[in-house]
Design a binder for this molecule. Structure first.
Ligand code: HEC
Length: 158
């Protein structure tokens, strides 16, 4: 019996080492451009800090990667989140979106942040700076509503 356990542990260790070499997802790191929501809308510091610390790891072209993001299988899981999050909403490309899309995304932001579904709940315990207080959530929601009002006042183009 003991022998079997030893073989199983050895096998797991071997498998852990082997998976470090397969399919290493590329880390995203692109320069900030003026299509970024913070630059495009000249977002104030309070809100931009919040976006950067609570949302940009999955919704921008500048995610920060913790050290464990280099270790398989965690790296696959993290890069899936980043890919999925950026696919839904990439704040770095904000000004390239139509008014309709920007408005709809902000509607979702308000809904998900108020429900504490964003940032992703499993992300928060490891990222204290993303653990938004009720006041921060209220400020973020107020900001998102004001941006929606600005979008409604844009001259219709699309
Ligand atoms: C750890 C990664 C992660 C973080 C951090 C994160 N998100 Fe997300 N977000 C996702 C993923 C993955 C999805 C897509 C799947 C889903 O909707 O659950 C998503 C979806 C969304 C959507 C839905 C877009 C749509 O059109 O359906 C919005 C809006 C959103 N996030 C806003 C935010 C905001 C605002 C923050 C910061 C307060 C944030 N997210 C932080 C991973 C993240």
């Amino acid at each position: 019996m003991k022998k079997i356990i030893r073989y199983v542990l050895l096998f797991l260790l071997f498998a852990f080492v082997v998976i470090q070499f397969i399919n290493r997802p590329e880390k995203i790191s692109e320069p900030v451009t003026d299509t970024d929501i913070i630059l495009a809308l000249n977002v104030d510091q309070e809100i931009s800090e919040m976006l950067k610390s609570a949302c940009y790891d999955c919704h921008s072209n500048q995610p920060r990667y913790p050290w464990y993001a280099s270790v398989a299988p965690i790296n696959w899981w993290i890069s899936d989140h980043i890919e999925e999050g950026r696919g839904e909403l990439n704040f770095s490309l904000w000004s390239t979106f139509s008014a309709r899309k920007r408005d709809h995304k902000l509607e979702e932001v308000i809904e998900l942040v108020e429900a504490r579904e964003m940032p992703l709940p499993n992300y928060v315990p490891l990222h204290k700076e993303a653990d938004l207080s009720d006041e921060q959530i209220a400020a973020l929601v107020k900001w998102a509503k004001s941006v929606r009002a600005d979008i409604a006042n844009e001259p219709a183009s699309e």
